[in-house]
Design a protein around this ligand. Structure first.
Ligand code: MEV
Length: 310
């Protein structure tokens, strides 16, 4: 059996504003999707949900990827595919992209193809088109290459950022599910109606990202935290926060995080906090005792890779 893992992702700065051409920063995180491939009749089995039915989005995405790979290499299409993911689904953490990337890597390895990560990314993007109507490509690019990425108007730039081992990110899942497309549409309508006012907010969001890049490179955690709060405020201004997001931001900062913000589409989804690891366990335990679903992640700098089957 041939197995690969690929990381999920988190948007650190610039979501929503990116839709109108502002820059955004995302990074790969230490939560993984694992895919194993072995000889057998074609079947997709999820450790979490069992046999994946023909016609489901996941099944179609897997098929599309396999077909695309076979248009380049002659591989055996009769394979049994086992998927296992620890990335929360529908939370903006790139669960489907991580799965596609891990699948592309495991399948090409199983097939003894000579390939590079660029091809893995291309194959995964093909599968992503089955899942999201217009994927930006950021999720699969982060799952493939790992690390931090700046993106703006379809252009990705890998960043030479490496945070110290003393910090990590707390992720609080509100479990409020929302439809990204609808929120994005509403934000765009708000922008049209109040563009004289909001133009300045969008400019602030762009400047914020440039300042954040400097703070990230300098590992200035106080400044990164402050900029996360400012970013949360801007997201609130364009109407994508929710009282649960605001409450969690206050809790994370009140308990000692450098800063916190909603991440992704908003109106629920996840809230992230930058935390010094010396405080992390205490904050996690306190939040859990208050009923919140919380976990810690570190940036993943490696991206997709082979793993032993176990
Ligand atoms: C959603 O994870 C991120 C948004 O900026 C939408 C997008 O960039 O496509 C809200």
């Amino acid at each position: 059996m041939t197995c690969s893992i690929a990381p999920g992702k988190i948007i650190l700065f610039g979501e929503h504003f990116v839709v109108k051409g502002a820059p955004a920063i995302g990074f790969a995180v230490s939560k993984y999707a694992k895919v194993c491939v072995e000889d057998g009749y074609f079947q997709v089995i999820s450790k979490q949900t069992g046999n994946i039915e023909q016609g489901s989005v996941l099944y179609r995405a897997v098929k599309r990827l396999i077909t695309y790979a076979n248009s380049i290499f002659k591989c055996d299409e009769d394979v049994r595919i086992l998927v296992d993911s620890e990335i929360p689904v529908g939370s903006g953490m790139g669960s489907s992209a991580a799965l596609s990337v891990a699948l592309a890597h495991a399948y090409l390895t199983h097939c003894n193809a000579s390939f590079d990560k660029k091809l893995v990314n291309e194959l995964a993007y093909e599968a992503e088109k089955e899942v999201h109507s217009k994927p930006s490509g950021i999720d699969n690019t982060l799952a493939t290459f790992g690390g931090f990425l700046k993106y703006r108007s379809g252009v990705f730039e890998k960043l030479d950022i490496r945070l110290g081992d003393e910090v990590g990110f707390l992720v609080v899942n509100t479990n409020l599910k929302r439809q990204t497309g609808i929120i994005v549409e509403e934000v765009l309508r708000l922008y049209e109606k109040y563009h004289e006012v909001l133009e300045n907010v969008y400019t602030a969001a762009s400047v914020l990202v440039e300042k954040a890049l400097k703070s990230l490179r300098e590992r200035d955690y106080e400044s990164i935290g402050r900029l996360m709060l400012l970013n949360h405020g801007l997201l609130w201004t364009i109407g994508v926060s929710h009282e649960i997001n605001d409450l969690i931001v206050h809790k994370l900062v009140g308990k000692g995080c450098y800063g916190a913000k909603l991440s992704g589409a908003g109106r629920g989804g996840i809230v992230i906090g930058l935390v010094n690891k010396s405080l992390s366990t205490r904050i996690e335990e306190e939040l859990r005792s208050e009923g919140f679903q919380v976990f810690r992640v570190n940036p993943d700098y490696e991206g997709v890779r082979s793993v032993e089957d176990n």
